[in-house]
Design a protein around this ligand. Sequence first.
Ligand code: GTP
Ligand code: IMP
Ligand code: MG
Length: 336
Amino acid sequence: MSKAVLVVGGAFGDEGKGKVVSYLAVKDKVDVAVRGGVGPNAGHTVVSGGKTYKVRLVPTAFTNPQTRLLIGAGVVVNPQILLEEVDLTGARGRLGIDYQSGIIDEEHIQRDKVGHLKEKIGTTGTGTGPANADRVLRKGKVARDILALQEFLTDVAGEVNSALDEGKQVLVEGTQGTFLSLYHGTYPFVTSKDTTASAACADVGLGPLRVAEVIVVFKAYLTRVGEGPLEGEIPTEEVVKRGWGEFGTVTGRMRRAAPFNFKLAKRACILNSATQIALTKLDVLFKCDAHVKKFEDLSAEAKNFVRKIEDEIGVKVTLIGTGPGVDDMIDRRCLV
Ligand code: GTP
Ligand code: IMP
Ligand code: MG
């Protein structure tokens, strides 16, 4: 029997979970990767084999061609986006969607692009929130109702639990970030579901005792798209000057930015019962550290920053991103 590894975001999404998961999928020879989280409001960028992929529903572990790819019952799916990504990522034949994953239809998308959701909350406009609202009202469609999805349907909770019983490597991918959680985030400027590790477990049908490691991903600085508080927010010109300028994968909106916030990060680690931290974009903070592969080779400033995180939060930083490529990673998991 084995236990699952869970990857979740520690801030406002876009922490670089896509890259962390695609690295782990190959490095750890993951047998089953299962996507929890909210829906196609997520956008993950994966740079692998010289190609850049942007995926919103297919698990980012697709970079390992041996990995079985699953989407949990808790996720809401836009069938059209999913089918496009199946072709893009080569997932056909190894992708499974739970019978009861929720469905986003055109009307949900229209409702997400007007009024309160667009103007006050600044949602992604992908129909994710309205689809979850209809689900709560028990009138939304689920995957088994959709003709085009029949070939992918499976019992995801059954598959994932059996894989663990057989001692296989299972990786759970969360989406968004802890402070976009409907329960624990900056309400009302949040997404339409809980986004913490416990929610990711429920999304895919895993009980809380079936998880060995919770990896919480932080970027070396904070970004946020849409409305809502961002302590220490930096003016746009300064964001650009520092090289922190980013644009949303789904919406193309410029991301707001602020320095790393130790207090928020500590709370994220508590809310997710983090056992490890993955820190991405260290090379953006410390330019001379681009593509470094060993902790010893980092600059003194970068090492001090990592140590400060570990000291203040009390969780080891085991994975460090030093560039956009899947291989631009320092792996210190031997420390835990
Ligand atoms: P999640 O929403 O958390 O999955 O993050 P993401 O993968 O969606 O991030 P997104 O694509 O929104 O933006 C992250 C960008 O940073 C992508 O272009 C990644 O390729 C890139 N990236 C990820 N890790 C690193 C890193 O360590 N260094 C650098 N320079 N780029 C990185
Ligand atoms: P919704 O999830 O589309 O309803 O959007 C609600 C809030 O969450 C908005 O501020 C969005 O910008 C934000 N959000 C949702 N998904 C993501 C994501 O994947 N990355 C960053 N922000 C997101
Ligand atoms: Mg993203």
